[in-house]
Design a protein around this ligand. Structure first.
Ligand SMILES: Cc1ncc(COP(=O)(O)O)c(C=O)c1O
Length: 334
């Protein structure tokens, strides 16, 4: 198909790039790439510890949060034990369980939401690790503080619950979990974060997790030395220090997300309200979805066809900037 691809709205990256301070930090270090990176990114861990009111012993930094997801499965799920997550959620949970030859069970969503009560029938003596993306990718829906705490109260303490907050900075709903507060109360809660989304550093591969120090020590034993690259921790540190870039990205995203939702919805397109920087669009039939995908592609906009994740009738669209969103609405509604 002929196209003049101009905008990528398929992977939920920050359409405003990254903080100029992060770029400065990268430029300042780029001449040193012939050196190995630090084994332990101390300065970044100290900054994260200060941000969350925890100690550096509670923090694991990895080459992208997918690498930490991989490490959690590898470290904590023994042969014969199981991982549990939701269907229509981040594909890596099931994929990486498969790589490690561990069974991953999938609980159904309820009205496109990952309601924790739907996990309960799937929990058995074998369940060792639960993944909940919050907000969920691809639906953009979220669970509340009360829902997460109820789950933590209910399940055995030897089941680790990982709440994946890759998109948490985009949330505007005040009932979003204070997961740090819960982590201090429930040591089996692990909180996962990424620098690939609002921080705009997807290409540098860096993410982190906050967890009980004994769990972190076990994870650290299995970490591959030098797996972070020479530039990533300095860029992440600078990105963390530039709070105004994050606040501004979140604010503009929330405004654009509202407009996009309202416009698409008012033209009869099925789109879910989102707490993230992407939206889930679904169709009665695959043919209808394909038509929309092709139309956007022909006009230079690449969105994510959820067919590759087994959802034939859905698209996931990253919220773009004002100009892109206007263009998309125009194309879809004309
Ligand atoms: C819910 C969720 N978690 C984690 C990731 C991966 O992030 P990273 O780039 O840090 O590996 C993604 C990426 O799309 C995601 O959607």
């Amino acid at each position: 198909m002929e196209t003049n691809l101009a905008v990528k709205l398929s992977a939920n990256e920050n359409c405003y790039g990254c903080s100029p301070k992060a770029l400065e930090a990268i430029r300042a270090k780029v001449g040193g790439v012939s050196f190995y990176p630090e084994v332990n990114p101390v300065a970044l861990k100290e900054k994260l510890a200060e941000k969350y009111g925890v100690t550096t012993g509670n923090i694991i930094v990895g080459a992208g949060s997918v690498r930490i997801i991989d490490g959690l499965i590898q470290t904590f799920v023994k042969e014969g034990e199981e991982v549990l997550t939701f269907e229509k959620s981040f594909v890596a949970y099931g994929q990486l369980s498969g790589f490690h030859q561990r069974t991953c069970r999938f609980a159904p969503l309820k009205n496109f939401r990952c309601v924790p009560e739907n996990l309960l029938p799937f929990i058995s003596d074998k369940t060792r690790l639960i993944f909940i993306a919050n907000p969920n990718n691809p639906t953009g829906t979220m669970i509340s503080h009360a829902e997460l705490e109820n789950l933590l109260k209910t399940i055995p303490r030897n089941v680790i619950v990982t709440i994946d907050e890759a998109y948490s900075e985009y949330v505007t709903d005040a009932t979003f979990p204070d997961s740090i507060l819960l982590q201090k109360k429930y040591p089996n809660l692990v909180i996962l974060h990424s620098f690939s989304k609002i921080y705009g550093l997807a290409g540098l591969r860096i993410g982190y997790a906050i967890m009980d120090d004994k769990l972190a020590a076990r994870m650290a034993e299995g970490q591959i030395p030098f797996s972070l690259n020479y530039l990533s921790s300095a860029a992440a540190l600078a990105a963390l220090e530039d709070e105004s870039f994050i606040i501004q990205s979140a604010r503009v995203n929330a405004d654009e997300r509202n407009v996009l939702y309202r416009e698409l919805n008012s033209h009869g397109i099925h789109v879910l309200p989102s707490q993230s920087n992407f939206m889930y669009m679904w169709f009665e039939e695959e043919g209808e979805k394909k038509k929309v995908y092709d139309l956007l592609f022909k006009n230079g906009i690449l969105v994510c066809d959820m067919k590759i994740f087994g959802q034939e009738n859905a698209l996931r669209i990253t919220v773009g900037d004002h100009e892109t969103n206007n263009k998309m609405v125009r194309i879809l509604t004309e």
